[in-house]
Design a protein around this ligand. Structure first.
Ligand SMILES: *Cc1c(COP(=O)(O)O)cnc(C)c1O
Length: 231
């Protein structure tokens, strides 16, 4: 089932790239495997997936040793400072930086291991009260503030668009994030290398690709629905 789902997602990604005049290689598919058992991740791995997204440090910690070491793990969920130590040596990127204190703490943990952690700034682009993320109008100042921490490198922006039945509703938010990204990139801020736009989930990744996503995070579309109560 996972293999068939992946093939379908792949087909749609390619079609979206074609519509947008983009190369398939410009978009990375992250298989969001939160709440799913290792067997299903293995199926995705065997079908070619190498990028996996999780939103709980504990889950990364448990799955990591059970799966091949060439997997790139992405931390995509809200991260508490006291949990950074569980993921700092396992993930290739943290997509969900939305406070100065979190950025500083990630830099500190990365420093202890002698690494520089790539991070994305999570932007609450639709201004939803229930969501984490910095406000669009504060994003540049936020980037300027956290870029001084020596052991992180800001590599772009991420957003979780509103839940909607109609993906087209989110086009304005993806466009807004892209514009913000382009503006900040043009400032050439020290220690900032704007090269990633992480946006688009199962319901709206094709629209996100049309609007410039370089990373899409697809869970349900690959692994099927998550059980009730698990987000
Ligand atoms: C769960 C999750 C996804 C994937 O959601 P689907 O709708 O199942 O594709 C993407 N991004 C984040 C941050 C998530 O928590």
């Amino acid at each position: 089932m996972v293999r068939e789902n992946l093939a379908e997602v792949e087909r749609r990604i390619q079609a979206a790239c074609e519509r947008a005049g983009r190369e398939r290689a410009q978009v990375r598919l992250i298989a969001v495997s939160k709440t799913k058992p290792v067997e299903l991740l293995t199926e995705a791995y065997e079908a070619g997936s190498r990028d996996f997204g999780e939103n709980k440090p504990q889950e990364i910690k448990e799955k990591y040793p059970q799966l091949p070491s060439d997997i790139r793990w992405h931390m995509i969920g809200h991260l508490q400072r006291n949990k950074i130590k569980y993921v700092i040596d396992k993930v290739c990127m943290i997509h969900s930086v939305e406070s100065v204190r979190l950025a500083e703490a990630i830099s500190e943990e990365a420093g202890k291991r002698g690494i520089v952690m790539p991070v994305l700034v999570e932007v609450n682009v639709a201004g939803e009260e229930s969501k984490f993320g910095v406000r669009p109008e504060e994003t540049e100042a936020f980037v300027r503030e956290i870029c001084r921490f020596p052991n992180i490198r800001v590599e772009g922006l991420m957003t979780i668009a509103p839940f909607t039945e109609n993906a087209e509703d989110n086009r304005i938010f993806f466009r807004k994030l892209r514009n913000l990204y382009v503006d900040i990139k043009a400032k050439n801020i020290d220690n900032v290398n704007m090269c990633n736009l992480s946006m688009g989930m199962t319901g709206d990744y094709e629209v996100a690709i049309e609007e410039g996503a370089t990373m899409v995070r697809v869970g349900t579309g690959i692994f099927g629905a998550r059980s009730y109560g698990q987000i």
